[in-house]
Design a protein around this ligand. Structure first.
Ligand SMILES: [Zn+2]
Length: 400
C-alpha cells in the first residue's frame, strides 16, 4: 500500500491525477477495490491515466488475510526505521565537492560571514516573506518595504526599490567584499524594518556596506590607530559617514584617588545618541582610561552599533590596545577590551587631543563617584550643550 501511495503522489505531481482532482480527498484505497478485494479496473481507468493504471495493477492490493495495514519505513527491506538509512537518504547525492557554485563561493576572497551569507542565499534559504509563507511561518508574502511585490530573496536584494536605489550608487564586482557586503546590508536593513520597525535610508545602507567592504579590503585594518595630530586641536574630530563615534574619558580625584569615567555616543555629524557615567573606585589614571574604554564598548555593544570609532585622549591606552598581541596581554583590562573588539563589529580605537575630548572629560568629572553602576544618559546634561554645539561645528569647518 505504501508503494501505491507513493505512486499516487507522483501521479499528482506529474499532473496525471487531473480527472480526479475534485474528489481525491473523498476516497480511500478500498474504494478502488471490487467486492473480492481486487483492483477495480473500471474505477481505476476512470480516474487515472492509463500509464498509471498499469503501475497500480502491478501492486498487490490489500488482502483481508494479510496482517493489518501499518506504517512502514520504505527505505529498509524490513520496513523498520533505521537512523542510518535516514542519514544516507538525506545525504545521498546532495554533496558534490566539485559543484561549481560551492567552489566559487567558498573560494571567494571575502570574509567568512559573507561566504556563509552567499551560500545561504544561493541555497534559497533566506527567510524572506515568500519563503516564510511557504513554510507557514507567516501570512503575507508581500514585501514590507515597498508593498509592491512578493518578497523573495531576489526582490529584497535586487528588485525592490529600496535595493535598486542602493545599487545605483555602486558598480558591483561579484563576490568582492563590496558586492557581498551590500547584499548582506540590504538583508540586515530589511530585517531591521521587519523586526524592529527601523527603516534605513539608502545612504545609510550604502555607507555601512562601503565601510565594511573597505575594512575587509584592508583599508580599515591599517593602524588608523596610529596617533593622529589633529589639524585643529580645539575641536572634536568627527568620524567618516557610516561610523558612530564614542568619546570616552577617565578621571582620578587628586584628593582621594577615586576614579570616575564618562562617555558619549554621537553619529558622524555630532548628533548626540547616548551617554554614560560611572564611578570606578580607587585606581590610577591609566586604569581609569581603560575602564572608560571597556565600559563604553560594553555600553555601545548593547545599542547594536556595528561600526564604531572610539576616541580616547590617552596615548598609552590607545597604543596598548592597538598592539598586535593586545588580546594576549596579561593586563586584564587590555585583554578584556581586545576580546570585546573581536566580536562581530568594526571597532577603531584612536587617539584624540584632549581639547577634542572635552565633552567626555566633562562627563567623567561630573560623576557622583559613589555611583558604581553605569548611569545611562538619554539626553545630554544641559551644562554640556555649549561644548557639543562647539564640537559639532568642526564638521562645517572641515567642509570649508
Ligand atoms: Zn520591495
Amino acid at each position: 500500500m505504501e508503494r501505491l501511495g507513493h505512486l499516487i503522489n507522483n501521479s499528482v505531481v506529474q499532473g496525471m491525477w487531473e480527472p480526479f482532482r475534485f474528489i481525491r480527498h473523498a476516497i480511500t484505497f478500498s474504494d478502488l477495490l471490487d467486492e473480492n478485494g481486487n483492483w477495480d479496473h473500471e474505477k481505476l481507468t476512470a480516474i487515472f491515466h492509463p500509464n498509471v493504471v498499469s503501475h497500480i495493477l502491478g501492486v498487490k492490493c490489500l488482502d483481508p488475510n494479510d496482517s493489518d495495514d501499518r506504517l512502514i519505513w520504505r527505505w529498509t527491506p524490513n520496513g523498520n526505521f533505521q537512523l542510518r538509512s535516514a542519514y544516507s537518504l538525506l545525504t545521498q547525492n546532495l554533496w558534490d565537492p566539485k559543484n561549481a557554485l560551492w567552489r566559487c563561493i567558498w573560494k571567494a576572497h571575502v570574509p567568512q560571514r559573507l561566504r556563509v551569507f552567499l551560500w545561504v542565499l544561493c541555497r534559497n534559504k533566506l527567510m524572506a516573506n515568500t519563503e516564510r509563507c511557504y513554510r507557514h511561518f507567516g501570512n503575507t508574502s508581500l514585501c514590507p518595504s515597498c508593498n509592491m511585490a512578493d518578497e523573495t530573496a531576489r526582490h529584497v536584494l535586487r528588485d525592490c526599490s529600496a535595493a535598486s536605489a542602493v545599487w545605483q550608487h555602486l558598480v558591483p564586482v561579484p563576490l568582492s567584499p563590496g558586492f557581498s557586503e551590500t547584499n548582506l546590508q540590504l538583508w540586515k536593513s530589511r530585517n531591521d524594518l521587519v523586526f524592529n520597525g527601523v527603516k534605513h535610508s539608502t545612504d545609510s545602507i550604502l555607507h555601512r556596506a562601503i565601510t565594511w567592504a573597505r575594512y575587509y579590503s584592508g583599508i580599515g585594518q591599517q593602524p588608523s590607530l596610529t596617533v593622529q595630530t589633529p589639524r585643529d586641536p580645539i575641536l572634536w574630530k568627527h568620524p567618516e559617514p557610516g561610523w558612530t563615534c564614542l568619546n570616552v574619558d577617565g578621571a582620578v580625584s587628586s584628593v582621594n584617588g577615586i576614579g570616575s569615567i564618562g562617555g558619549l555616543l554621537q553619529d558622524h555629524e555630532g548628533t548626540w545618541l547616548s551617554g554614560f557615567q560611572k564611578g570606578i573606585g580607587m585606581c590610577n589614571s591609566l586604569h581609569a582610561e581603560l575602564w572608560a574604554i571597556l565600559t563604553g564598548l560594553e555600553f555601545v555593544w548593547e545599542h547594536g552599533i556595528e561600526i564604531l570609532q572610539v576616541q580616547s585622549d590617552c596615548k598609552e591606552a590607545v597604543q596598548m590596545l592597538n598592539a598586535i598581541h593586545a588580546v594576549s596581554c596579561p593586563f586584564p583590562l587590555v585583554h578584556a577590551i581586545a576580546k570585546l573588539c573581536q566580536r562581530g563589529w568594526v571597532v577603531d580605537i584612536t587617539w584624540i587631543a584632549r581639547d577634542g575630548n572635552r565633552a567626555a572629560d566633562a562627563l567623567a568629572k561630573s560623576v557622583d563617584s559613589s555611583e558604581l553602576n553605569v548611569v545611562h544618559l538619554n539626553n545630554p546634561p544641559t551644562s554640556l550643550l555649549p561644548l557639543l554645539i562647539h564640537d559639532a561645528s568642526s564638521i562645517s569647518m572641515d567642509s570649508i
